[in-house]
Ligand binder design. Structure first.
Ligand SMILES: CC(=O)N[C@@H](Cc1ccccc1Cl)C(=O)N1CCC[C@]12C=C[C@@H]1CC[C@@H](C(=O)N[C@@H]3C(=O)N4[C@@H](C=C[C@H]3C)CC[C@H]4C(=O)O)N1C2=O
Length: 113
């Protein structure tokens, strides 16, 4: 049994550049919309956030494990962020509905870990 998607939303995936203290789009210079999933692996009971650009190349711009105890910060109705061991991720959602959907799924995932 592989992984199954528990939600999919549209968002621009961003990384915080600590050195220059600014957000940069993940995966390239220009911000672009990606389809972002939370995948669940039932066997291992693990979750990860995977995002691919909507563009033709479908470049993977985020592939990040959901870590037990991680704090998911809903900074604004359409910009949420969290820290992983190496960096800070930000999602600029295409809509506040997508933001709420993703936040609900992330909260459920964190509760299941
Ligand atoms: C304790 C801790 O880790 N706190 C973290 C947050 C956090 C708390 C709790 C758990 C996890 C995490 Cl992750 C923290 O504060 N962090 C994480 C890295 C960055 C930041 C530090 C300083 C700056 C100051 C301004 C602020 C910011 O970036 N706001 C956004 C913003 O400026 N933008 C983005 C959109 C909207 C805004 C909301 C889109 C692009 C840009 C823009 O609007 O142009 N910051 C942060 O969020």
């Amino acid at each position: 049994m592989g992984e199954s998607s528990i939600c999919q939303v549209r968002a621009t995936v961003m990384l915080y550049d600590d050195t220059h203290r600014r957000w940069v789009p993940a995966g390239s210079e220009s911000p672009c919309i990606s389809r972002v999933h939370i995948y669940h692996s039932p066997v291992a009971n693990t979750f990860r956030v995977v995002g691919r650009k909507l563009q033709a190349d479908q470049q993977v711009v985020i592939n990040c494990a959901v870590i037990k105890g991680m704090k998911y910060n809903q900074a604004t109705p359409n910009f949420h962020q969290w820290r992983d061991p190496k960096q800070v991720w930000g999602l600029n959602f295409g809509s506040t509905e997508d933001a709420a959907l993703f936040a609900n799924s992330m909260t459920s995932a964190l509760e299941a870990l």
